[in-house]
Design a protein around this ligand. Structure first.
Ligand code: NAP
Length: 531
């Protein structure tokens, strides 16, 4: 059996993988996509829980690389639902005739770098083997879900599901007693929808999060038309913002406003909805007093919405400043706790001890019987998807072996010792802080340009130098140092044993990031060893 050799193998057929296959094929490369799921979409394929929708605006959160594709798709809602996003990603895949480049239900299981041939040797779950000059990981930052590790789950006689891998079949909620464990972004979206159908819903909360209204509504078609008139220009404008989206950073600190002005600004943001609440005052991410005022505004909203003062207080976050963990964006989340069929159980002081045959048992012995358990426990962030692949360099090392004190990357794209190995939207890039459609487009293009540069100059291998990688990691740390985010327990912070934290994404802003990455490309890739 011969092993087919490709120029680029792209792992993952979510938004990054879809664009990568298109872009690299367009530049004349022989490409292959590997995808574990039976369809495209990545997180939007798997996260099909009730209420799942994007919490950025859909007219921003989509591909911008093609004027035609932008013109041909009309979003129906400001915050597209998961089914609409999945339809869109399938539409783009078919419109560009990419499906035939992808092997579905095929996991990459091992990748071994062969320095002599300057190729990666790949093994897959289907038994097929491939070789490739470049390996591009489009595996996502939040794609490897945390498995429920509760004692006794095997003995549970009811049904259980995960938001992150919601089954592609009807999950009966109506007339059932349902438990949701977790209160992050996924749960906050699912809880109001489940509550409307369940006989009773019990939410098990360990840490309350701040949540703001999405104010979802029909898509702004006038804005869509404005963008359609000049997609390439808007793409450039988005690349020149802080998050590659239309969330703009304020220039004025809170001290520039009087009390009435502060409250008016907060109220207006609450009523327009979305992530802007994290970016209302220029000093909100650094000044704890300013941050407290914004946090207290949201806590007061919770107190005003939730009728039972004890429940309201339990839902108020006090353990972290607002915006230091990702803000949740909801539709009717807090009001859901006013329903008679919804109860909140605080499992911070009284954790879940085990799952019994009939339900959930807390440490104090209290037992809550349920027919369906929904786990919304989050993900192994950033490199979780790599953990199920045996990636080895010539020395037999894995890419994260040297990352015990935090990720070591150059531009969040590549790591020393791993030639021709690229990761899209990786640690050390704006990553989860940016609009991931445009972040992926930027990285795919950057890697494509580097491959073109190598091919036209006869280079076969590329990897960052240790020095450049250290300089970049120091810069990533330097821009994060003044922010209060580092203090919070948060999936974006790598915590060392001595308690010190390393902020994983690049928080200096998308434009500042892209300016530096553009300069590296323009100057012939200093900081990379080309051989
Ligand atoms: P998450 O924010 O990490 O939330 C996981 C939840 O599970 C937390 O409330 C956590 O409590 C709880 N938990 C974990 N282990 C537990 C245990 N043993 N007992 C009780 N509770 C436990 O995960 P997520 O909600 O899936 O969201 C992850 C990220 O995905 C988001 O931050 C966002 O970036 C992305 N996301 C985006 C969207 C969107 O765009 N619409 C929607 C969903 C998710 P602790 O906080 O105490 O650990």
């Amino acid at each position: 059996m011969t092993t087919e050799t490709f120029d680029v193998v792209v792992v993952g057929a979510g938004m990054g993988g879809i664009y990568a296959l298109h872009r690299y094929r367009e530049q004349g490369l022989k490409v292959l996509g590997l995808e574990g799921a039976p369809g495209v979409g990545g997180v939007w394929f798997h996260n099909r829980y009730p209420g799942a929708r994007v919490d950025l605006e859909s007219v921003d959160y989509c591909f911008y690389f093609s004027q035609e594709i932008f013109n041909e798709w009309t979003w129906t809602e400001r915050n597209a639902s998961q089914p609409e996003l999945l339809r869109y990603l399938n539409f783009v895949t078919d419109r560009l005739d990419l499906r035939r480049l992808i092997q579905f239900e095929t996991w990459l299981t091992a990748a071994q770098w062969d320095a002599e041939s300057a190729e990666w040797a790949l093994t897959t779950s289907s038994g097929a083997q491939f070789r490739t000059r470049f390996l591009v990981m489009a595996t996502g930052n939040l794609s490897a879900a945390r498995a429920p590790a509760f004692e006794g789950l095997d003995s549970y006689k009811g049904e259980w599901v995960r938001t992150s891998h919601w089954p592609d079949r009807e999950v009966k909620i109506a007339g059932r007693r349902v438990a949701v464990i977790g209160t992050g972004s996924s749960a906050v979206q699912a809880i109001p929808v489940i509550a409307e159908q369940a006989e009773h819903l019990t939410v098990f909360q360990r840490s309350p999060n701040y949540s703001v209204p999405a104010c979802n509504r029909p898509a702004d078609l006038a804005r869509l038309d404005e963008i359609r008139a000049r997609v390439p220009e808007v793409r450039k404008e988005l690349f020149a913002t802080v998050g590659a989206s239309n969330v703009m950073l304020p220039s004025a600190p809170m001290a520039d406003y009087d009390e009435a002005g502060i409250q008016a600004r907060l109220e207006a943001q609450w009523n327009s909805g979305g992530h802007g609440m994290s970016y209302l005052f220029a000093d909100q991410g650094r000044n704890e007093e300013t941050n407290f005022t914004v946090a207290e505004f949201v806590r007061n909203k919770i107190r005003s919405i939730v009728n039972d003062p004890e429940v309201a207080e339990a839902l108020c976050p006090y353990d972290h400043a607002i915006g230091t963990r990702r803000l949740c964006v909801d539709t009717n989340y807090y009001a859901t706790y006013n329903r008679e069929n919804v109860s909140l159980v605080n499992v911070r002081d009284n954790p879940i001890a085990r799952i019994s045959e009939t339900g959930i048992v807390l440490e104090d012995g209290q037992s809550i019987d349920v027919d369906l358990i929904v786990f919304a426990l989050g993900f192994h962030p950033f490199t979780g998807a790599w953990d199920r692949i045996d990636i080895r360099n010539e020395k037999g090392e894995a890419p994260t072996d040297q990352w015990r004190q935090g990720p070591k990357t150059l531009l969040g794209l590549a790591t020393n010792g791993f030639p021709n190995f690229f990761f899209l939207t990786g640690p050390g890039s704006p990553s989860v802080l940016a609009n991931l459609f445009l972040m992926n487009e930027y990285h795919v293009d950057w890697v494509g340009d580097l491959i073109a540069h190598m091919d036209s100059n006869g280079y076969r291998a590329v990897e960052p130098t240790v020095k450049a990688q250290e300089r970049w990691s120091a810069h990533v740390a330097e821009v994060a140092a003044p922010t209060i985010r580092l203090k919070t327990r948060n999936y974006m912070v790598h915590r060392n044993e001595d308690g010190s934290g390393v902020f994983i994404p690049y928080i200096g802003g998308f434009k500042r990031y892209a300016d530096q990455a553009d300069a590296v490309a323009a100057e012939g890739y200093p900081g990379f060893i080309l051989s």
